[in-house]
Design a protein around this ligand. Structure first.
Ligand code: SAM
Length: 292
């Protein structure tokens, strides 16, 4: 087996060979600990029939570990300077394809059709660029891709918000959006010392397992998310106040909103952070009915 990329010595050697300097604006914090990488890959439960989509391969630290365990790895990298480096470091792995593109602009479904036509199982695995963690995860879910799940490293603070339960300070529209599509768990917290350069926040790995169908029956997803966002728009306000001030024509519809809350036995003085996903679904379905 070839020498691992993710050691401090080999990483430094590669960076020096190519005169590479980190771009903070692209969230470039590379992993230099093979044990952490192997654990991330373990959480993804890959088989030799799994196709992996990676976002931001950097110099290939995680890509290499994935290539050893999966059927094929397709990795999106935005930074052109990394392409010749990756061609070099990943040359031992014939099952890796690097795509030079901003993942947020990519047609991922098309890439799956083209690059992973024969695999029966697809996972997304990445050490995400921290400046765009939430948009990337939301895109992966809202694009309704045929993936089994997502295992990613991100800021611990965002991981806490994603897996938060009702009634806690971290619970909010992000928790609901992600838990609607997936079962979310924080599987590992990670010290800053395993990155080069070290980020100035703590990190964690989350595993999102896609549900066969969303966690609640929602008639109109975009209105559901609108109701959720409205309910959290000012955390200290009651749901009644937030809904009347944030929903379209909310002020004129105050009485209707009060009636719906009463019908559903939701106390109008409750705060958004106490409502479960099922309660938000019932609320948005009923509001949708009476608003139309
Ligand atoms: N996977 C490598 C590792 O673990 O060492 C690097 C991870 S580093 C945290 C994030 C990587 O994402 C960088 O290589 C960066 O250039 C890349 N990146 C940043 N924004 C991106 C985007 N919008 N699309 C694709 N890649 C991006």
């Amino acid at each position: 087996m070839t020498k691992d990329i993710a050691t401090p010595g080999r990483t430094r050697e590669i960076l020096e060979k190519y005169g590479f300097s980190f771009k903070k604006s692209l969230g470039q914090n590379f992993l230099i600990d093979t044990n952490i990488l192997r654990r991330i890959v373990d959480f993804a439960e890959l088989s030799n029939d799994t196709g992996v989509i990676e976002i931001g391969p950097g110099i290939g630290a995680l890509t290499e570990q994935l290539a050893r365990r999966a059927k094929k790895v397709v990795a999106f990298e935005i930074d052109q300077r990394l392409l010749p480096i990756l061609a070099d470091t990943l040359s031992p792995y014939a099952n890796v394809r690097i795509i030079h593109q901003d993942v947020l602009k990519a047609d991922i479904q098309r890439v799956i059709d083209k690059e992973l036509p024969e695999v029966s199982d697809i996972m997304v695995v990445a050490n995400l660029p921290y400046y765009v963690t939430t948009p990337i995860i939301m895109k992966l879910l809202e694009d309704h891709l045929p993936i089994r799940g997502i295992v990613v490293m991100l800021q611990k603070e965002v991981a806490d918000r994603i897996s938060a339960q009702p009634g806690t300070k971290d619970y909010g529209s992000l928790s609901i959006a992600i838990q609607y599509y997936t079962e979310a768990e924080t599987v590992m917290t990670v010290p800053r010392t395993v990155f080069m350069p070290q980020p100035n926040v703590d990190s964690a790995v989350i595993r999102l397992t896609k549900r066969e169908k969303p966690a609640a029956d929602v008639v109109d997803e975009s209105f559901f998310f609108q109701v959720v966002r409205a309910s959290f728009s000012q955390r200290r306000k009651t749901i009644l106040n937030n809904l009347t001030s944030q929903l379209p024509n909310g002020k004129q519809r105050k009485e209707t909103i009060e009636r719906v809350l009463a019908e559903l036995q939701l106390d109008p003085r409750r705060r958004g952070e106490t409502l479960t996903l099922a309660e938000f679904a019932a609320l948005s379905n009923r509001l949708m009915d009476v608003f139309n």
